[in-house]
Ligand binder design. Structure first.
Ligand code: PEP
Ligand code: MG
Length: 579
């Protein structure tokens, strides 16, 4: 048994066998194998080379049938290398002398081979390094392929263990079978964590080396509430956690009874609870949990789930699907927020030194107008079917907002000229997630129909804390008085101007902050679907006056510790079983 401590990012407990996922573009973890298992690794390796060769032959035959010999012969080099005894022997030697797992031995040997090609003066030969990488992936895919294929076609419930899960990989998981995540890296608002919460499954990140400590098939307990992963639990641990799972299910059942009840305080003040989604398919579950619409549709996931750039039609189909599922309820479509941690699988992370401060989000869209316009056209076309609103992310200057609106106006003119069916007068809002926008909220409020406060990025940029870095996760908190005063001012500015305002960062779904946000004058919350019932329960158990008192007190504190301590006490007064 081994107990590992990380950051619990999605609550709940799950007990099931592990599947260890080694992403193609990530480092293959080194695992030492004992002497008796060396032969097994050698056999796995030989089998992988044979299978890779067979697969390649099938692929070449298909290419030949479709495109003729010229294209198929490009892969002769691959076939030759796979047959090459020197290569196979160098991998075998790595396993036998260093006692490592076959995957790791392949990556070491291939790196050496790639180095040899790169050093060649002849540019044709140096270019062959790409073929080396290709073959490496082919062999690795066959070695770890069981895990990959298994993830698409799982026969039993599993927990997924990985170094990191790219948002695109997370999005592609079989949601009916994957019951928990555990990753080596990541923080509370990393997108993997957000997706885990949206899926309502327990997750722990920032565990350091969980992907090398666990082998496929090991029994694990993932405790997302306490941030603990237990590998190979003993009988006592199992009994204790099985009981915990049972209690958790009971609690969920109790919350489910609130589904059709309104989110009103005991003195009759109504609040709107909306949900955040990454894919239209999540809408039904969000409505089932009691959400009244979608306050944040993270459309960049359309890009991340695909290896090719989505067309205007792909965008349109996704948005029209979302509108149809909502049946008249509001849908806030956020325009593409790509870049930084939300990069596209296959293209890899940005090469910029500081991608979070770089060419991301609205900046990237304004630098790539065809991409931006294709999305805006699709939104306006889908808007004829329901209540659609547009939201621009990461706005940091007023000019950026005006430029984005100009592009929108151009798109409206183009659609008009084409005689297309579309709706031009959709409400346009913006995310307030950069301190400059929060500080100038009164100015921005004059130019938009609504604000949505993105606390995930607002915290990151206000406190200079990377939201994905587990080493500084302790510093990442909405309770910091500087963050709270920005939130208060943005809500005030919006209310004064009479425009809509919501919070759509993770803070909106954390029950600890419900009383405070309510007391600061927030009337719309947008959160992951599974968080809706608990937040509703708190709203239904308090009065506006109580929430205001709580907010006044909180704003007098000068440390996040005081804030958290006080909010926990106040919330427990009304809901003793909270947290
Ligand atoms: C935020 O920053 O709070 C937000 C909601 O956007 P995202 O998490 O997608 O960056
Ligand atoms: Mg953001």
């Amino acid at each position: 048994m081994e107990i590992m401590k990380g950051i619990g990012v999605s609550p709940g407990v799950v007990i099931c066998p592990a599947v260890v996922l080694d992403a193609e573009d990530l480092v293959i973890p080194r695992r030492l194998v004992d002497v008796n298992s060396v032969d097994k690794e050698v056999a796995r390796l030989r089998e992988a080379f044979t299978k890779a060769t067979d697969d390649l032959n099938v692929f070449r035959a298909e290419l030949k049938a479709e495109h003729g010999n010229d294209i198929a012969s490009i892969f002769d080099f691959h076939a030759g290398l796979l047959k090459d005894k020197t290569l196979l022997n160098s991998v075998l030697k790595e396993i036998q002398t260093s006692h490592t797992n076959a995957e790791y031995a392949v990556s070491v040997a291939m790196k050496k081979l790639a180095g040899t090609f790169l050093a060649m003066k002849d540019s044709y030969l140096a270019d062959r390094v790409k073929d080396v990488y290709d073959i490496e992936k082919r062999v690795l895919r066959t070695l770890i392929g069981n895990a990959h294929e298994g993830l698409l076609n799982l026969q039993q419930n599993v927990c997924v263990i990985a170094h990191d899960l790219l948002p695109s990989q997370t999005a592609a998981l079989d949601k009916n079978r994957v019951k928990g995540f555990a990753c080596d890296v990541g923080g509370r608002t990393s997108h993997t964590a957000i997706v885990a919460r949206a899926m309502g499954i327990p997750a722990v990140v920032g565990l350091g080396n969980v992907s090398s400590a666990i082998s496929g098939g090991d029994l694990v307990i993932i405790d997302g509430t306490r941030g603990v992963v237990i590998v190979d639990p003993d009988a006592d641990q199992l009994t204790e956690h099985e009981e915990y799972v049972r209690q958790y299910i009971e609690f969920e059942k109790e919350l489910a009874t609130l589904k059709d009840l309104p989110a009103v305080t005991t003195d009759g003040h109504a609040v709107t609870l909306m949900a955040n989604i990454e894919f239209p398919a999540e809408i039904n579950d969000a409505l089932d949990r009691g959400a009244k619409g979608i306050g944040l549709y993270r459309t960049e996931f359309l890009y991340m789930a695909s290896v090719i750039e989505p067309t205007e039609e792909d965008h349109y189909l996704a948005y029209a699907d979302a509108v149809r599922r909502l049946d008249g309820r509001p849908l806030v479509i956020r325009t593409l927020d790509l870049g930084a941690d939300k990069y596209i699988f296959g293209k890899g992370p940005s090469k910029e030194a500081n991608p979070f401060l770089g060419d991301r989000s609205i900046r990237m869209c304004l630098h790539n107008l065809p991409m931006f316009k294709a999305q805006l056209r699709a939104i306006l076309r889908a808007a004829v079917h329901g209540d659609v609103r547009i939201m621009f992310p990461m706005i940091s200057t007023i000019m950026e907002l005006r430029q984005a609106r100009m592009v929108l106006n151009d798109v409206i003119e183009e659609l008009e000229d084409e005689g297309a069916s579309f709706k031009g007068d959709v409400p346009v809002g913006m995310m307030v997630e950069v301190p400059s926008a929060a500080l100038l909220a009164s100015n921005f409020a004059r130019e938009v129909a609504f604000f949505s406060i993105g606390t995930n990025d607002l915290i990151q940029y206000t406190l200079a804390v990377d939201r994905t870095n587990e080493r500084v996760a302790g510093l990442f908190t909405p309770a910091h008085p500087a963050v709270l005063s920005l939130i208060r001012d943005v809500i005030r500015a919006a209310n004064r101007q009479g425009i809509g305002v919501s919070v759509c960062g993770e803070m909106a779904g954390e029950p600890l902050y419900t009383l405070l946000l309510l007391g600061l004058g927030l009337n719309t919350f947008s959160m992951n679907g599974p968080d809706v019932p608990e937040v509703k329960k708190i709203i239904r158990s308090t009065t506006t006056e109580h929430a205001r008192q709580v907010a006044r007190k909180v704003m007098s504190f000068d440390s996040e510790r005081q804030v958290v301590h006080y909010l926990r006490e106040e919330t427990r007064k009304i809901i003793p079983e909270a947290f």
